[in-house]
Design a protein around this ligand. Structure first.
Ligand code: GDP
Ligand code: MG
Length: 248
C-alpha cells in the first residue's frame, strides 16, 4: 500500500477509519510498510555496494522525458560503461521495448494499480542481471511526482526529471520529490524559445525546497547539456567502484 494515495499493487484500499483509534491504526500500518520497505532497500543497497554498481532512481511526472534521456544516454555511453535498466510502469512494456532497442539489458516491472516501485520489486528485478559485470543500474520509476518520493529502492541517488513544459512552480507543489532528489535534470530546453518558462525562477523554487540540489539543463532531443550529465554519471561510477573502508 502507498502511504500517500493509499493504493497498492493490484488493488485500491478505500478503508475509512474514524476517531483516534482508527488514526493510530492507520499510522501503525504505514510505519510497518515503510519500515519493511526500508529494510529491503538496505539489503539492496548493501548488494549494490558489494558489487560496485552505481544505482539511480529516475522519477518524474509522466512525459517529462525519462525514457528519452535513458535512450540517448545508453546510445552515447553503451561502449564505455556496462548498463542495465529496470523499467517501472503500471501497464505495458513500451518503455522496456525502447530500451531493449539500444541493446542494453532491461527488465520491465508492471505495478498494476500501484503508483511506484518498491524495494522488493527492485530486489527481484535485479536477479535478472549479472550484477558483478555492471557499472550502472538505471531504474525508471512509475511516472508520478508524489508516491515514489517516499519509497527508498536502495539507490545511490534519486534523479528528478522536470521538463520546461510543466511550469516552473512544480518543485513547490511537489516538495517531497524535489527534497529527496540529489540531481534535477531540467529537460526539453530545446523548447524554451516557444515558451514563457522562467528557468531561473524554477531553479530558485527547487533550491527553496532543497538547497543542495544539483541542477543540469538538458535536451534529450538535441543532446544539449548531456555531457554534464555524463560527467556526473562518471563521478558516481568511479565512487561506487572504489572499495569501501571495510571491504577486503
Ligand atoms: N522537444 C523535446 N521533446 C522531448 C524531449 N525529451 C522527451 N521528449 C518528448 O516527450 C515525450 C515523452 O517522453 P518520454 O521519454 O516517453 O517521457 P517519460 O514518460 O518521462 O518516460 C515524447 O514525445 C518525447 O519525444 C526533449 O528534450 N525535447
Ligand atoms: Mg517512460
Amino acid at each position: 500500500m502507498c502511504i500517500d494515495c493509499g493504493c497498492g499493487p493490484g488493488e485500491h484500499h478505500h478503508e475509512h477509519v474514524h476517531g483516534t483509534e482508527g488514526a493510530a491504526r492507520t499510522i501503525a500500518v504505514e510505519t510497518d510498510i515503510l519500515s519493511k520497505n526500508n529494510r529491503l532497500a538496505a539489503g539492496n543497497r548493501a548488494l549494490f555496494a558489494r558489487q560496485g554498481v552505481f544505482v539511480l532512481n529516475l522519477v518524474s511526472s509522466p512525459g517529462s522525458g525519462k525514457t528519452s534521456i535513458l535512450e540517448r544516454t545508453l546510445r552515447d555511453l553503451r561502449g564505455i560503461h556496462q548498463f542495465a535498466v529496470v523499467e517501472g510502469d503500471q501497464q505495458t512494456d513500451n518503455d522496456a521495448a525502447r530500451i531493449a532497442a539500444t541493446g542494453v539489458p532491461v527488465k520491465q516491472v508492471n505495478t498494476g494499480a500501484g503508483c511506484h516501485l518498491d524495494a522488493h520489486m527492485v530486489g527481484h528485478a535485479v536477479e535478472n542481471f549479472a550484477l558483478p559485470a555492471l557499472d550502472i543500474l538505471l531504474i525508471e520509476n512509475v511516472g508520478n511526482l508524489v508516491c515514489p518520493a517516499t519509497f527508498d529502492l536502495g539507490e545511490h541517488h534519486k534523479v528528478v526529471v522536470l521538463s520546461v513544459t510543466e511550469g516552473e512552480d512544480k518543485p513547490l507543489k511537489y516538495p517531497a520529490m524535489f527534497h529527496h532528489a540529489d540531481l534535477m535534470l531540467l529537460n526539453k530546453v530545446d523548447l524554451l524559445p516557444h515558451l514563457d518558462f522562467d528557468v531561473e525562477q524554477c531553479k530558485a523554487f527547487a533550491r527553496q525546497v532543497n538547497p543542495g540540489i544539483r541542477i543540469l539543463e538538458v535536451s534529450s532531443k538535441t543532446g544539449q547539456g548531456m555531457d554534464a550529465w555524463y560527467a556526473w554519471l562518471q563521478q558516481g561510477i568511479d565512487k561506487a567502484q572504489k572499495p569501501g573502508p571495510d571491504s577486503d
